[in-house]
Design a binder for this molecule. Structure first.
Ligand code: PMP
Length: 374
């Protein structure tokens, strides 16, 4: 049962109240992820009775919510992470926003929050991003991180479908994930905690999926590892890395054919926009070079074996924040599984090429349908 309508989001009803106190721009080189925000925010309220209200762009401000509001008690919250880029002509561009909105509608529907017209909200986000254009540095690697969020706003301790909700979007200027070039990371294969499970909600972007991953992340950090490699089940399937999708490139044991592998979307994997983009690019550009492109289950044992036999070429995480994040080693059962980089290398060739191909489309150097000009 979809909880949208009777009235869908209508961009023609947008009202814009501009700030009278514009912020001073920070030196882009000093930006820390998610700390600085732009002048404005986009908000759209929803009620069960009336559907979606008129969208508003207002000065960035605090929300005022009753302590009994359902989001604080039962985690009626989901979000998205996407970016706006400035191209060489000064146009603001979104990257595959249809994918983010499609995913957000699946997240909201799963937790009894209302769905909405993706095209209407993309239109509003585009207007918002364009209004904040001065916050987007026009250098390569810089962008405006956009955080669409939906919360249940009904004031009740009763556990039930929220009768009211708020969709809002805030924006944070961000710099390159690797300001001085790639830095390959070391992972701890995590088996004592599970990020997602069959029949669960790991394939939805719910806030409730993220808080429980922080303690395992702190544990891994205390042992000197940058991220968790989330394994699943007795077979120790490789699922995701931190908050990124995981890719490995290895040579087939029998045929020697090169294979790029990522876990299939079986309900335990977040359907990453970057993951989808990498698969599409791999099918477009690597398959003709003889690569096999696989969405399939694979185990930590298989990765360790390939490493031992010198068949593991590289491994990397994939997500909006970094695009790709090369992996040097995986600590598994007290053993350091080498992921194929030589001592002086910080990235494998596939990760490097993928980053270049994706950036070309994000920044509009290559005109492509993935890029949405605002
Ligand atoms: N997996 C998880 C658990 C994530 O939180 C993210 C970030 N949204 C991703 C993968 C990567 O998704 P995307 O490429 O859409 O950023």
């Amino acid at each position: 049962a979809s909880r949208a309508k009777p009235v869908d989001v209508d961009p023609s009803r947008l009202s814009i109240t501009k700030t009278t106190d514009p912020k001073e721009l920070k030196d882009p080189a000093t930006l820390l992820f998610g700390r600085e925000f732009t002048d404005h925010m986009l908000t759209i309220e929803w009620t069960q009775q009336d559907g979606w209200m008129a969208p508003k762009i207002t000065p960035y401000q605090n929300l005022s919510l009753d302590p009994a509001t359902c989001v604080f008690h039962y985690a009626f919250e989901c979000f998205e992470g996407m970016k706006a880029y400035k191209d060489k002509n000064g146009n603001v561009r979104l990257f595959r926003p249809d994918k983010n909105m499609e995913r957000m509608n699946k997240s909201t529907a799963r937790i009894a929050l209302p769905t909405f017209s993706s095209t209407a909200v993309i239109d509003l986000i585009a207007q918002f991003a364009k209004l904040e254009s001065r916050f987007i540095p026009d250098q390569r690697g810089y962008s405006l991180y956009l955080r669409p969020t939906m919360i249940g706003t009904q004031k009740t301790l009763g556990v039930g479908p929220p009768g009211s909700a708020l969709l809002y979007v805030i924006a944070s200027p961000v710099g390159p994930y690797y300001p001085t070039g790639f830095k390959a990371v070391s992972l701890e294969a995590t088996d004592y905690a599970v990020r997602a499970w069959p029949g669960g909600v790991g394939d939805k972007k719910l806030g409730a999926n993220y808080a429980p991953c922080i303690v395992p992340q702190m544990e891994a950090a205390s042992r000197g590892f940058q991220q968790n490699l989330w394994l699943f089940g007795e077979q120790e399937y490789v699922t995701e890395v931190g908050t990124m999708n995981m890719f490995v490139a290895m040579k087939n044991k029998e045929t020697g054919q090169k294979e790029l592998i990522t876990a299939p979307l079986d309900g335990t994997i977040l359907p990453g926009v970057t993951r989808d983009s990498i698969l599409a690019l791999a099918r477009e550009k690597l398959a003709p070079e003889g690569w096999m492109i696989s969405e399939r289950k694979y185990t930590m044992k298989e990765v360790a074996e390939a490493s031992k036999e010198g068949r593991l070429m590289e491994a990397f995480g994939a997500g909006t924040a970094a695009i790709v994040s090369p992996v040097r080693t995986i600590s598994w059962k007290g053993e350091a599984v080498d992921c194929g980089l030589s001592e002086h290398e910080e990235s494998g060739e596939i990760a490097l090429r993928m980053k270049g191909w994706i950036e070309a489309r994000q920044y509009g150097d290559e005109e492509h349908e993935w890029s949405h000009v605002c």
